[in-house]
Design a protein around this ligand. Sequence first.
Ligand SMILES: Cc1cc2nc3c(=O)[nH]c(=O)nc-3n(C[C@H](O)[C@H](O)[C@H](O)COP(=O)(O)OP(=O)(O)OC[C@H]3O[C@@H](n4cnc5c(N)ncnc54)[C@H](O)[C@@H]3O)c2cc1C
Length: 453
Amino acid sequence: MEPTNLHILGGGPAGLTTGYYAKKHNFNFTIFEAGEHAGGNCRTLKIKGENCKFRILQSGDFRFDTGAHRFHDKDPQVTEEVRTLLGNDLMRVEAPSEIFFEGKFYQFPLHLSDLTQKLETKTLLKIMWEQLHNSRKKYAENFTDFAINQYGKTLAERFLLNYSEKLWGAPSHSLSTTIAGNRLKGLDLRSFLRSALFGTPQNPNHLDGSFFYPRHGIGMISDKLCEFIGKRHIKLQHRISRLIHKDGKIEHIVLNDDIEIQASTVINTLPLTLSIRMLDPSPPPELRAIADRIKYRHLMLCVFCLNREAFSPNASLYFPGEEFPFTRLYEPKNRSTEMAPKGQTVIVLELPCYSDDTIWNMSEAALQTKVWEALQNVKTLSSEEIIHHQTYKLPFAYPVLEVGFEERVRHLVKYFETFKNLHLTGRNSLFRYLHLHDLFKAGKEVIEKIANV
Ligand SMILES: Cc1cc2nc3c(=O)[nH]c(=O)nc-3n(C[C@H](O)[C@H](O)[C@H](O)COP(=O)(O)OP(=O)(O)OC[C@H]3O[C@@H](n4cnc5c(N)ncnc54)[C@H](O)[C@@H]3O)c2cc1C
């Protein structure tokens, strides 16, 4: 078979996994990435030990991921593929997560025995009453209904609705039930109650504290993909600025506003809203109006390298309370000890926001002060312990799954499907809450589809 030319737009995990399978199929392909690095929102960043001014106990690097990541072992074939790429560096990690609410740490996923110890009897009885008398409806229209339906009002209000509103930046009744994804599956309190009251076995399926993680951070997966693909196939600092089309075909791709290349088969992983704006000529106004109604949530990461052995034993700590500007704290060292020098640690706080929010536009110093002050309500920390701090902007972190988003996205995707030589894949291109294993699968599928045409 003659090699086919493929243009892959975006060098995040979706572009890289597609490139990975393109290489395996012997395609002739190029990945265009706007940034200086490939990996998109799935990278591991290094803070060099020698850059930290104060009190370095031992030299070494601090590492943190672009948001708390783990590799989900959901698809045996994909896991095998990642294991082949990483070898012994794909480690099984055991680290529990917790929720911090009203001054107490609760195990996450919630456990009845833990709740019994920490909640007042009155609250506990209310939760139990709601669980046992909750006649679960088959259908919920929005996330508020879904959460109350599943877990009862008291639990939902304490741990879920507030957290979701902070994370997605919208009232929970305007959010789609799909935001729950797979993350709430383990929150089956009813089975815990049944087991406590009637002695039936608990559901052993949810092992949230046990997961796969690469030794030097999640970015190792992106790095290994790049290595396999080969440098010559990845063009960094090549921003797609326009997609010129004619007669239902993408004819030319414009790079960095001035280089125009002839398009062959195009695989687009860029955010749906950006892609709509790049089309030349513009799509019909009604489609542009639909695109204007879908949103992406960004994340501001606040990173503190600390001169202390550990902050917590947790993989992640969740903060549903509105007094905290962050939703999650993670400590990379609890996933792999290679992520910080001995005797020191790094913590990363995730602050979800939109690009016009104060947080996104705050000065680094003001943001750090705000976060540091809030952290004092979790644990007493001395500013003397800070070895280094920095902030990092993570755009397009989450597609905001509002009620009715499926219909809007369907219109846009359908429009893109009318182009004969264009395929969409990726979290923000498909506007779906996809994870790395999904992207491996999607990359494989798109390449096999093209190979079989
Ligand atoms: C906080 C957080 C936690 C997560 N946790 C997990 C987890 O635990 N497990 C898991 O499996 N997944 C997790 N994910 C999801 C995973 O990181 C994403 O699925 C993945 O990053 C999406 O890859 P993508 O390539 O579709 O998009 P992106 O990663 O957004 O990559 C898009 C790429 O396109 C580039 N680009 C943008 N515009 C242009 C342009 N005009 N021209 C050229 N290039 C452009 C960008 O620079 C970027 O490199 C998490 C994500 C976040 C944000």
